[in-house]
Each structure stands twice: as C-alpha cells, then as structure tokens.
Design a protein around this ligand. Structure first.
Ligand code: FE2
Ligand code: FE2
Length: 294
C-alpha cells in the first residue's frame, strides 16, 4: 500500500495547491479524503476486487477488439444532451467518492470550471461531456461490465507502471508475461504520441472516439482531457512521459487543471439543471452536430 499512500499524498498536495480563487474541500460526502483507496471503508473491498478484475482482463487484444467493435458507431443516434439524460440512470460503482446522479457530477464539474475560467467555453463543455462514455453500461450499448467502463485507465502494449493503483494484480494479465508488451516501450517508441498508444478500454476512450468520429470542433486539449481524464498514472505520478510528444505535453497542462475540478465537483454542491441548460445547449450546438452516431 506504500505506493498508493504516496500517490494519494501527491494528489492531495496538488489539490491544495489548487487554482486561483478555487477553494478545495478536504473531504468528500462520506467525510473521507478524496480518492483514498487505502482508507477502511465499506466500499474499499469492492473497489479492490474491481481493480483485480480490471487488471486481469484489460489486455492489448481486448482493447483492439473493443475499439474495432465500438468504433463502428452503429448503435444509437442521439444528441449530446440526450446522452446526458440517458446517463443519469447510472451511478459509478468503482468510484469511492461519487454517490449521486451522474448529471449532477457533469454539471458540477462544468459549472466549477466556468466560474474560474469564464472565457474557455470549450473547457466548460468538456466538463459536461467527459463522462458520457459511461453509457457503455446501458443495455443499448452492450451493458459492458464495470471493469470495462470505469476506473483508472493505463496504456496497454507496454509495461504497466508501478504507480497504477493495485498494480500487483497485473501479474495475472496475460500481457504481463508477453515479451512484446512487457518492456518500457513494448509495442511503441520514444515520443510516439499518446494518440498512437492503446489505452485500457472504458468510457474515456469510447467518448474520445465518439467525439472525434462525429467531427467535433473542440480543440485538441478537449479531446485529450476526454481520453486521459482517468489516466492517473500520467497526471498524478508523471509516468509514461517517454511516450508523449510535444502536443501531449501542452495538453497535459489543461488536463491537470481539469482534474482538480473533476475531483472537487464530487462534493455536494447542487446545480439547478433547468437554469444552466440553455447555456450548455448553446455550447453543444457550437462544437457538435445536432445528432451524433454512438
Ligand atoms: Fe470519468
Ligand atoms: Fe468525472
């Protein structure tokens, strides 16, 4: 648990160093520190079992199959806002900090960013949509198991970094003993760019595919945030820097800003959905087609 304790300390420090005019609560709605997987809680056992299953099953082969299947985008046609409403039926089981409807989390994240960065409207919208890929849990999207939808993400096709939560369970992942995939670079090369690296499959990569294939006009930093917002080994432990290119390094600055709000918004701050809805509908219209293929 030593590695975990360290990374949590770093994260808390990062939070406390927070952005301008940005007050960070020290505890979540359960009175515990944020993302403290080491703390004794009723949920902890479930969370550990979750990561055991996730680490065993997220192989290079699995990710390739999922990207091919879901990259077809032949399941549903709907708008971004319709997806927000659909997602509202679910709660993220892997997340020790979240116990409220998803739409609240989405709008809390977006509104908190909007308050501190009023001119970055693309970042407000990114806050709203970053978790929409969780519709993978819905029957219309194949009702994927939790381990294939949520939780921390990480590259596959190269060695699993030790900073990844519950790293020990990777020993049962077939890629762990595959010499093509278990070295520092594995299937990749220096500075290749994260775009060209396969990430464990989940709501992050799915929403990235949806946004890109539907020709969003969000800046590359928005797409970067969507694809890597659960990649804690990158934005908390600075791992995998050797795979990044210059664009990734620029975009990582925005991801680090975003992440404070993603965590912060998981405390109880109510948002009046009907009141803020017209603003977000105008952003959706600006950056996305009316209907998207999912
Ligand atoms: Fe997420
Ligand atoms: Fe989130």
């Amino acid at each position: 648990m030593a590695v975990l304790a360290d990374s949590n300390d770093n994260e808390l420090k990062q939070l406390q160093d927070g952005g301008e005019g940005f007050t960070v609560p020290e505890t979540n709605s359960f009175g515990q520190t944020f993302r403290d997987y080491g703390v004794e809680s009723e949920r902890q056992k479930g969370v550990e079992e979750f990561y055991r299953t996730q680490h065993i099953n997220q192989t290079c082969d699995f990710v390739k199959r999922m990207r091919e299947e879901y990259g077809k985008l032949n399941r549903v046609e709907m708008s971004i806002w319709e997806c927000c409403e659909l997602l509202n039926e679910f709660v993220d089981e892997s997340d020790p900090d979240l116990d409220e409807p998803q739409i609240e989390h989405l709008l809390q994240t977006a509104e908190a960013i909007r308050k501190d960065y009023p001119n970055e409207d693309w970042l407000h919208l990114t806050g709203l949509i970053h978790d929409l890929g969780k519709v993978l849990l819905h029957p219309d999207f194949g009702e994927l198991p939790q381990w294939a939808v949520v939780g921390d993400t990480f590259p596959v096709g190269c060695a699993f970094d030790e900073s990844i939560v519950h790293h020990k369970y990777f020993k049962e992942n077939p890629d762990y003993n595959n010499p093509a995939f278990n070295t520092k670079y594995g299937a990749y090369s220096e500075g290749r760019g994260l775009d060209n690296v396969l990430m464990s499959w989940g709501h992050d990569d799915y929403m990235y595919l949806v946004a890109k294939e539907n020709k969003t006009t969000l800046p590359s930093a928005g797409l970067f945030i969507i694809r890597y917002h659960s990649f804690y080994a990158l934005h908390r432990a600075d791992a995998y820097k050797h795979l990044m290119n210059e664009g990734d390094i620029e975009n990582l600055k925005w991801l680090k800003i975003f992440n404070k709000y993603d965590l912060y918004s998981k405390s109880k701050v109510r948002v009046d959905v009907e009141k803020v809805k017209p603003y977000y509908l105008s952003l959706i219209e600006k950056y996305f087609p009316e209907k998207l293929r999912w």
